[in-house]
Each structure stands twice: as structure tokens, then as C-alpha cells.
Design a protein around this ligand. Structure first.
Ligand SMILES: Nc1nc(=O)c2c([nH]1)NC[C@@H]1CN(c3ccc(C(=O)N[C@@H](CCC(=O)O)C(=O)O)cc3)CN21
Ligand SMILES: O=c1ccn([C@H]2C[C@H](O)[C@@H](COP(=O)(O)O)O2)c(=O)[nH]1
Length: 282
């Protein structure tokens, strides 16, 4: 995929070395962006073998709304989130909770009666907001909406999170009969995280397009701190020398959102170079 190779080349060329909390320094470039057209194929990197299974499992886990990784880790043997979870698998209110059960408080008028007389007062009620369902419903009812926002940033809950979300705001948009998605990411690990995030949101866009009757359009990605960890540089340089294969295609079964499982995602014609091992900075 040209867009990804150009991104890697730009960060290697213009990035500056920065320290960060992981202890492994990284080369960072500010506000990088790229776009891919989803009608040209499913954007899974071909210049290294990608773990398609892990990508889809991570997306299905996001859609489950849980504050733990037990389904991912124990039932599906997928370990990409293990390093951030405690022994019981808890990760706190990160993507799954924020996507499907974003907590908020609303105030409802309650009648109080007592010996001193009756009165009304506003009482706080804790509620949860399903942002994915909202986006699907809004696209059906109001396809010209410019408010199709999926937000994963909740400042009040940061101290309960295993890792503050990195992909923090996706905006969906219908233009010319196609469903587009723009993702803003505050921090992006170019070698490991970005290829996962790109494929994950491409698949999410395809799911939402299917649910609402539109064709998938553009996926556009802005990465505010786009970085390459120093121990990833050699692997990425090797990857840049490889000739990309044509993109695979992804077929998704026509099922309602919450009925989708791994078997409903079929990847066709995935030709790829061999895997490159990158160590994850925790
Ligand atoms: N430093 C860092 N980079 C990330 O990309 C990242 C984090 N931290 N923390 C939270 C999540 C976890 N993510 C991860 C974690 C591990 C892999 C990883 O090891 N990928 C392997 C395949 C592993 C597998 O599927 O079993 C790869 O080669 O892509 C990918 C994304 C993305 N995120
Ligand atoms: O989906 C994800 C999740 C995480 N990352 C990367 C980006 C950074 O390298 C680390 C997070 O560290 P912070 O210090 O919190 O920025 O994880 C990613 O690329 N994609």
C-alpha cells in the first residue's frame, strides 16, 4: 500500500528523536496524514504478513462493550492487549466501554414527599450511550448529518484506564452515496499499531456501510504524534524495499452488528511478504 510506505518514508526522513514514557526512544513527526480508497481493496499491508485474525478479533472486542479482555485473551487466544491488563484481564473503561456504553449523567425530576411537605428536585441518573448504534441510526435517518462522531476520549475516566485511547475520534460522513471515515489518532506506533488501526477502521466502515446500505468510500487518517520506535527502524527499512502485492478483498456476512463473529469475515486473495517481528513498547 503506497500510502503506508510513503508515511513510513516521511517519518524516517523528517522525524525527530524524542523520549517517551516507554523507555524506548522514538522518531516522531507531527500531524501526519494519509488516505486510502476502500473501493480499491481492503487495506491490509502486503509487505509483511498481517495477523488478520487478531485485527478482526480486536474490532469485535471493541464492539462488545466490556472493560476486560477475557473474551479476547482467554476465549480467543489473542494476546495483543495482555501487557496492559491485570491478571483478571481488566483494562478499565477504554474503547469497548466508550464505543458502546459511554457513561454520562442526566438529571431527572423526582417527586419527594415527606412530613415537611412535597417538593420536586433534579436527581442525577447514570446512563450509558451506544455511539455505534447512534451512528447507524443517524445514517439511516439523516444521511447528510455532519455529526456522525465516535469519540473515545473521556477526561474524567483517564485515571481508571489501562492506557488512554490512542485512536480518539472517528467521524463518519456520507458524500456522493459513499460512507467515508476520518480517524484522528493522538499517538501512532507506525510499525505495529497503525497497520492494525487502519485495517480495523476500514473493516468498521465496511460493517457500518453494510448495515446502512451504502458503499464504503474513503478512509482518511490523521496521526498527531506519528512515531517509529528506534528498535523498529531496521524492520521498517527492510519492509520499504519490498514490492507491494495487489490488495486483498474482505467479504463480511450480512448480519446485524451484534451477531457478527470471526467466521463472518472472509479475506480473499491475500498475497503477502513474510512477517516482520517488531517488539511492542509497553
Ligand atoms: N507501543 C504500543 N504500540 C501499539 O501499537 C499499541 C500499544 N502500545 N498499546 C495498546 C495497543 C495494542 N496494540 C497492539 C499490540 C501488539 C501488536 C502486535 O504484537 N502485533 C503483531 C502480531 C501479534 C498477533 O497478532 O498475535 C504484528 O506483527 O503485527 C499489535 C497491536 C496496538 N496498541
Ligand atoms: O491502537 C493503538 C494503541 C496504541 N498505539 C500506540 C501509540 C503509542 O506508541 C502507544 C501509546 O503510548 P502513549 O504514551 O499513551 O501515546 O501505543 C497505537 O499506535 N495504536
Amino acid at each position: 500500500m503506497k500510502a503506508y510506505h510513503q508515511l513510513v518514508a516521511r517519518v524516517l526522513e523528517h522525524g525527530v528523536k524524542k523520549e517517551n514514557r516507554t523507555g524506548t526512544d522514538a522518531i516522531s513527526s507531527f500531524a501526519e496524514s494519509y488516505r486510502v480508497d476502500l473501493s480499491e481493496g481492503f487495506p491490509l499491508l502486503t509487505t509483511k504478513k498481517m495477523m488478520f485474525r487478531s485485527i478482526i478479533l480486536e474490532l469485535l472486542w471493541y464492539l462488545r462493550g466490556e472493560s476486560h479482555i477475557r473474551w479476547l485473551r482467554d476465549e480467543n487466544d489473542c494476546h495483543i492487549w495482555d501487557a496492559w491488563a491485570d491478571e483478571e484481564g481488566n483494562v478499565g473503561p477504554i474503547y469497548p466501554v466508550l464505543w458502546r456504553r459511554f457513561p454520562f449523567t442526566c438529571y431527572e425530576e423526582v417527586d419527594f414527599e415527606g412530613v415537611g411537605g412535597a417538593f420536586k428536585n433534579d436527581m442525577p441518573t447514570r446512563k450509558e450511550f451506544d455511539q455505534i448504534q447512534y451512528i447507524i441510526d443517524q445514517i439511516k435517518e439523516n444521511p447528510t448529518s455532519r455529526r456522525l462522531v465516535l469519540s473515545a476520549w473521556h477526561p474524567g475516566l483517564l485515571d481508571q484506564m489501562a492506557l488512554p485511547p490512542c485512536h480518539i475520534m472517528a467521524i463518519f460522513n456520507i458524500t456522493d452515496g459513499k460512507l467515508n471515515c476520518h480517524l484522528t489518532q493522538r499517538s501512532g506506533d507506525i510499525a505495529l499499531g497503525i497497520p492494525f488501526n487502519l485495517a480495523c477502521y476500514a473493516a468498521l466502515t465496511m460493517i457500518i456501510a453494510r448495515q446502512t446500505g451504502y458503499e464504503p468510500g474513503i478512509f482518511a487518517h490523521t496521526i498527531v504524534d506519528a512515531h517509529i520506535y528506534e528498535n523498529h527502524v531496521d524492520g521498517l527499512k527492510k519492509q520499504l524495499e519490498r514490492e507491494p502485492f495487489p490488495l486483498p478483498t474482505l467479504e463480511i456476512a450480512d448480519k446485524s452488528l451484534d451477531k457478527l463473529s470471526l467466521e463472518d469475515f472472509t479475506l480473499h486473495n491475500y498475497q503477502h511478504h513474510e512477517a516482520i517481528r517488531f517488539e511492542v513498547a509497553v
